[in-house]
Write a protein that binds this ligand. Structure first.
Ligand SMILES: Cc1cc2nc3c(=O)[nH]c(=O)nc-3n(C[C@H](O)[C@H](O)[C@H](O)COP(=O)(O)OP(=O)(O)OC[C@H]3O[C@@H](n4cnc5c(N)ncnc54)[C@H](O)[C@@H]3O)c2cc1C
Length: 472
């Protein structure tokens, strides 16, 4: 493709793909605009640790502006791309105040990833947050910790039990990691912090449609993970679909035709599917590009869109040869698009993209992780060490690496989670489920008091007083 001498390259999305593309291109004679609707690159593989209070949002994110502060030819912009005009070669983006601005490009790299999909049940989103963004992680942290807090003030019984029941939909790495971490938090971190409830009694239910969890791993590793999760106390329900989610429960329907089962729970977390973001669907439409069922855009061997050599699609959104939705594919895709642009500049032909599988790892529980690298399969402590090293190596920013290592070391020494702060909502934010501001003083009070421990009842048996014995 012939492109101008100093082309304007617009990279949309500062995730793994966009970040690696911008880094590699920054040394070329190009003007780069990196547009993202978030101000920071997010290290998604550790989102669940942020959601469960082990790490802060600062540990797993790095401002894109800081990342490229030393690069005069890279400007990072905050805005959500909403429209692409292939004839004028412009992209229109929304500022956070909902005004718009336009960016011209000679080459555009689409690296917008995928968003959570509720598989046609969008109404579930109100009660079951997904796990894709920092907002999601903070919402999950809020919901999980508030559930324990509310349970502490309720007497024993079905209502308290439903606050102490956590359901996770999706048995891929994210669902497994989240389910394991909630149990680990309940049994390790919170074990001695409550007076009426025993957090260790929290039920964590993991639902998946397949016959085993972690299907992307070899069967023997997924068996080991299953055994470890059971030991940790995660209840696994396989071969089922979550067919309803509401304020106070979830319905689960077995695929074999058995009757549906109702679970009473106040916390449902959704990790079960992905789909293209609306902007990616719009781009596919205006470019006349084919997409798969989830909206991934079909690409040519060089990762450009057919008939549009100036448009690259990389990372999770690129649909070709069953490329996996993993960070490694996004990083390699970003480097590849950068290489193609440099070859265009040098007047050399582009090469085809070849994905190299560098293995995968999943955290199961404390000192226990899986690692799969070609024929090498490792589980347990060795897997955990390898998992830790890989994640530290890819975490963005030296400061983030150092502070994450020290936080992990502290957790190994003591099971405290030091990033448990959460915010409550406000009446003017209806999407915030937990708030004091919606209370209507005229409403009758639903009295579900838990007897508090006083001098008078402190000697009563836990059963009589409705409190739970503290574990030693
Ligand atoms: C919870 C979780 C755990 C994971 N764990 C692992 C793991 O252990 N190992 C592994 O290999 N992979 C893991 N993955 C997958 C991995 O994170 C993804 O494959 C990778 O992030 C994809 O990179 P990407 O660049 O395609 O998209 P992303 O990294 O998702 O980046 C997309 C970027 O585009 C931005 N964006 C979206 N729409 C717009 C728009 N309209 N305008 C502007 N910006 C926009 C987003 O803000 C985001 O920054 C995990 C994913 C999740 C969600």
């Amino acid at each position: 493709m012939t492109i101008p001498k100093r082309p304007r390259v617009l990279i949309i999305g500062g995730g793994f793909g966009g970040l690696f593309c911008a880094r590699r291109l920054a040394r070329a004679d190009v003007e780069i605009t990196l547009l993202d609707r978030a101000a920071s690159h997010l290290f998604q593989p550790l989102l669940y640790q942020c959601a469960t209070g082990k790490l802060s949002i600062g540990h797993i994110s790095r401002p894109l502006r800081e990342e490229f502060s030393g690069r005069a030819n890279v400007r990072a912009l905050l805005g959500e791309a909403i429209e692409l005009d292939p004839d004028r070669r412009t992209v229109t983006a929304l500022r956070p105040d909902e005004t718009t601005f336009t960016i011209d490009y000679d080459v555009v790299v689409l690296a917008v990833g995928m968003q959570q999909s509720y598989l046609g049940n969008e109404r579930f989103a109100e009660w079951a947050p997904g796990m894709k963004t920092l907002d999601d992680a903070l919402e999950i942290r809020q919901r999980v910790l508030i559930a324990f807090e509310i349970a502490e003030t309720l007497p024993p019984g079905p209502e308290r039990a439903s606050w102490l029941t956590f359901a996770v939909a999706g048995g891929g790495p994210t669902g497994v990691e989240l389910a394991g971490q909630i149990r680990e938090m309940a049994t390790r971190t919170l074990a001695n912090e409550f007076h009426h409830i025993d957090p260790g009694e929290a039920r964590v239910l993991l639902f998946d449609g397949g016959q085993r969890v972690l299907k992307s791993f070899a069967p023997e590793l997924s068996e080991k993970a299953t055994a470890s999760l059971r030991e940790l106390g995660v209840e696994m329900h396989l071969g089922v679909h979550v067919t309803d989610v509401r304020r106070d429960g979830a319905t689960v329907t077995p695929k074999n035709g058995d009757p549906s089962v109702e679970f009473s729970t106040r916390t449902v977390l959704w990790t079960a599917g992905v789909e293209a973001v609306p902007f990616a669907r719009h781009v596919a439409d205006v470019l006349g590009a084919a997409t798969d069922r989830s909206g991934r855009i079909e690409v040519e061997p060089d990762l450009s869109v057919a008939g549009h050599p100036e448009v690259f699609v990389i990372g999770d959104l690129a649909g070709r040869d069953n490329l996996p939705g993993v960070a490694e594919n996004a990083m390699q895709g970003g480097l590849h698009a950068a290489r193609c642009i440099r070859r265009d500049l040098a007047g050399r032909p582009r090469r085809r993209y070849r994905y190299h599988d560098l293995g995968s790892a999943a955290y199961i529980s404390h000192r226990n992780a899986l690692l799969q690298l070609g024929p090498l399969r490792v589980a347990g402590g060795l897997g955990w060490l390898a998992w830790g090293l890989i994640h530290i190596a890819f975490l963005t920013g030296v400061k983030n690496r150092v502070s994450t290592i020290s936080t992990w070391l502290a957790y190994i020494a003591r099971p405290g989670r030091y990033h448990r702060a959460f915010m409550l909502g406000a009446a003017d934010r209806p999407e915030q489920r937990y708030t004091y501001s919606n209370w209507d003083p005229d409403e009758p009070v639903h009295d579900v008091r838990a007897p508090l421990r006083t001098a008078a009842n402190a000697t009563a048996s836990p059963k009589e007083e409705g409190a739970h014995v503290q574990k030693p």
